[in-house]
Design a protein around this ligand. Structure first.
Ligand SMILES: Nc1ncnc2c1ncn2[C@@H]1O[C@H](COP(=O)(O)OP(=O)(O)OP(=O)(O)O)[C@@H](O)[C@H]1O
Ligand SMILES: [Mg+2]
Length: 490
C-alpha cells in the first residue's frame, strides 16, 4: 500500500497557535509573565525551545534541592549566558534575581524560562511571592518574558487561583495537552492508516512515547520493545506515572484503581475490586480525571444521580493496565514477543473498540464542519435494555448545537460492514422510542434528527455505500475520512 503522507517524522507537530502567541509576546517589547504546564513528557520544554528559537533565551531547569542551591546554579548559568560576573552573595533571594532579569532586559529583549518551577515554590524563599513583589513596578516597559513551566498540574493551577501572589499578573497561560489521534498520526507517518490508529490506541498522544517508535520499525516490534519489555522505556515511564504526581500520596491505591478501570466500571465496582473505600475511590477518580488519566461517561440524558462509568483516558495507560500489568509475571520470564502473540494480539481488536470510539469523538470535534454538521453540545452513548429487556448499545448519541440528535455506530473491524448496521440502529432506536426514550424518537424524526453516522475502520460493503448514497440521513466515515491528508486547523 502506498504511503499517504511523507515518510519522515516532522520535527515539530501541532501547537501552531501556541507558537504564534508565544512569539508575539516575545516580540511585543513589553513584560509578560507566562505560565505553561502539563503532564510529564507532553512537550512543554520542546514547545518553548521551538517557539523562541533565534531569540535571546535563558533557560534554567530547577532541581529538587534547596532554594539557595537552585539560585547559585542559576547564577552560574546566567553568568555564562551574559558573560558577566555574578556573585551569589549579591543575590541572596529570588527577589534580587528577578530584579537582575529586569536589569538585563533594560537594553535588549530577554526571555527567561524557569522550568520545573514547582521546586522553587512554597519553600523558605517562595519564587511566586518574590516575582509578585517586583513585577508590577520594576519591570515596566522592559522587553522581559518570564516563563514559569512545570509538570505539577495541581500546583500550577493553585498558582493561578484567587488570593495567590501571581493571580491576575500573567498575560498567557496554557495547560498543554497530549496530541489527539490526528496529530499522533503525524508522529508515525510511515504507517498505513490502520497502524496509525493502532499506534494511537497503544501509545496515546504523549509526544515522548510516540518518539520512542523508531522510523520504519514495525508496530508490533515497537510495542514489544518499548512497552511490553520490563526494561522498555514506556513500560518504565507509565509504571511510575503516578509517583510523579506530587499531590498523590496513596500511590498503591491509585495504581489499584487504574488497574481496575481499563474496562469501564462504576465507583462501587472499583471499590469492591480493589478494596479501596468508596469515598477514597471517588476522590482518587476526581484527581485522576483532573490530570487527564481517566474520564467518566454515562448514558445520554441520564438522570442526575445516575452512576458514572470510569475509564482510563490516556491510551498508553489503558494499554499498560489492560495488557502489561496483568501479564507482568509472564513478562519477567518469557520474551515479549510471546506475550504479544498469545496474550495481546487475540484481544487487541476488542481493546481498540473503546479507543476507536474516543478517536471518533476527537474526529467529530475537528471535522464536523467538513461533514456538514454543527458542533455537539453533548457527545455520549446509550447502553441499557428496551422494554422487553433486550440489551441495546448505541455508540453515538449526541445533541448538536442546533438541538438535533445525531446517532450512530462505531466499528473497529477489519472487514467491511454492511446494511445490517443501519437496520439494527433503526430497530434499536424504534424500540427505545417505544420504551419512552424521547431522544430516540427525536433521532428518528426528520425535523429533530441530524441523521446517522456510521464509522468503520474496515470500510463498508457496496450495499451500504449504495444505501447511504440514496439516503441523506446516512453518513459513512471510513479511516480515510478520519485522516484527511490536508490538515484543517482545529
Ligand atoms: N510538538 C512536538 N512535535 C514533535 N515532537 C515533540 C513535540 N513535543 C514534544 N516532542 C517530543 O517529545 C519529547 C518530550 O517533550 P518535552 O521534553 O518537551 O516534554 P516535557 O513536557 O518538557 O516533559 P517533562 O515534564 O518530563 O520535562 C521531546 O524531546 C520531543 O522528542
Ligand atoms: Mg520539560
Amino acid at each position: 500500500m502506498p504511503l499517504r503522507f511523507q515518510a519522515e517524522r516532522p520535527l515539530f507537530v501541532d501547537r501552531e497557535e501556541q507558537v504564534r502567541e508565544l512569539r508575539e509576546l516575545a516580540d511585543s517589547g513589553q513584560p509578560h509573565l507566562v505560565l505553561l504546564y502539563g503532564r510529564r513528557r507532553v512537550g512543554k520544554t520542546f514547545l518553548l525551545e521551538h517557539a523562541w528559537q533565534a531569540r535571546p533565551l535563558f533557560y534554567f531547569l530547577a532541581a529538587d534541592v534547596t532554594a539557595a542551591l537552585n539560585r547559585a546554579e542559576l547564577l552560574r548559568e546566567l553568568a555564562t549566558f551574559t558573560g558577566r560576573q555574578l556573585d551569589p552573595a549579591d543575590y541572596p533571594t529570588w527577589r534580587t534575581i528577578v530584579r537582575l532579569f529586569a536589569e538585563l532586559a533594560a537594553d535588549r529583549p530577554l526571555i527567561v524560562v524557569l522550568d520545573e518551577v514547582q521546586y522553587l515554590m512554597g519553600r523558605d524563599d517562595d519564587l511566586a511571592s518574590q516575582i509578585a513583589a517586583v513585577w508590577d513596578r520594576e519591570v515596566r516597559g522592559r522587553s522581559l518574558v518570564l516563563c514559569l513551566s512545570g509538570s505539577q498540574v495541581s500546583l500550577m493551577e493553585h498558582l493561578l487561583s484567587g488570593g495567590q501572589p501571581l493571580y491576575g499578573r500573567h498575560s498567557w497561560v496554557e495547560r498543554l495537552q497530549p496530541f489527539d489521534y490526528r496529530d499522533a498520526a503525524r508522529m508515525v507517518p510511515w504507517y498505513e492508516l490502520r497502524q496509525q490508529a493502532l499506534a494511537y490506541g497503544i501509545f496515546g498522544g504523549t509526544p515522548r512515547y510516540l518518539t520512542a517508535i523508531q522510523p520504519d520499525e514495525p508496530l508490533d516490534a515497537a510495542v514489544q520493545r518499548t512497552t511490553l519489555s520490563p526494561r522498555g522505556e514506556i513500560h518504565l515511564q507509565v509504571q511510575h506515572v503516578i509517583e510523579q504526581e506530587r499531590g498523590i500520596r496513596a500511590v498503591g491505591e491509585y495504581r489499584a484503581i487504574l488497574a481496575a478501570t481499563p474496562r469501564g466500571r462504576t465507583v462501587r465496582e472499583i471499590a469492591s475490586l480493589t478494596g479501596v473505600e468508596v469515598t477514597m475511590a471517588r476522590k482518587a477518580l476526581d484527581m485522576l480525571d483532573e490530570l487527564g488519566y481517566t474520564w467518566r461517561e454515562r448514558n445520554f440524558d441520564a438522570p442526575r444521580n445516575a452512576e458514572w462509568q470510569h475509564w482510563i483516558a490516556d491510551n498508553a495507560l489503558a494499554f499498560y493496565y489492560r495488557f502489561v500489568h496483568p501479564n507482568r509475571s509472564r513478562l519477567e520470564v518469557a520474551p515479549a514477543s510471546e506475550v504479544w502473540t498469545h496474550r495481546v494480539l487475540p484481544l487487541l481488536d476488542g481493546y481498540m473498540g473503546k479507543r476507536f470510539e474516543l478517536m471518533v469523538a476527537q474526529a467529530f470535534r475537528r471535522y464536523h464542519d467538513d461533514w456538514g454538521l454543527p458542533p455537539s453540545q453533548t457527545w455520549s452513548r446509550w447502553e441499557g435494555v428496551d422494554r422487553n429487556r433486550r440489551p441495546v448499545e448505541i455508540d453515538i448519541v449526541a445533541r448538536l448545537d442546533d438541538g438535533r440528535i445525531l446517532t450512530g455506530s462505531i466499528k473497529w473491524s477489519s472487514s467491511p460492514v454492511g446494511p445490517s448496521l443501519d437496520a439494527s440502529l433503526r430497530r434499536d432506536l424504534d424500540d427505545l422510542s417505544r420504551s419512552g426514550q424521547t431522544w430516540a424518537r427525536q433521532a428518528l424524526e426528520p425535523g429533530s434528527s441530524a441523521g446517522h453516522l456510521y464509522v468503520s475502520s474496515g470500510g463498508f460493503t457496496p450495499e451500504l455505500t449504495e444505501l447511504a448514497a440514496a439516503d441523506d440521513a446516512v453518513r459513512l466515515l471510513s479511516l480515510q475520512d478520519l485522516y484527511p491528508p490536508n490538515l484543517t486547523p482545529r
